[in-house]
Design a protein around this ligand. Sequence first.
Ligand code: SF4
Ligand code: SF4
Length: 81
Amino acid sequence: MALLITDECINCDMCVAECPNEAISQGKEIYQINHKRCTECVGHYDEPSCVQVCPVDCISPDPAHRESLAELADKYAQMHY
Ligand code: SF4
Ligand code: SF4
């Protein structure tokens, strides 16, 4: 599934450059993840890179956008090939 940034985000900007899919941007109040571009880093890294750099642990799975590993891999392929 895609990941979601919660309202605990402190707008530190650390995650944006780490996302290999350009899925993260600054929203009105906090940063946001475009669920259509987030693959949980499948295809790039073993772990979600945004989660690893976030200093306040405010990035979690988005229950509204559940996807299997195969679906995430397919999303990656569609974006990059
Ligand atoms: Fe980007 Fe990966 Fe974070 Fe998804 S999990 S927003 S693809 S860095
Ligand atoms: Fe917000 Fe975490 Fe991204 Fe910083 S790294 S902008 S706190 S989601």
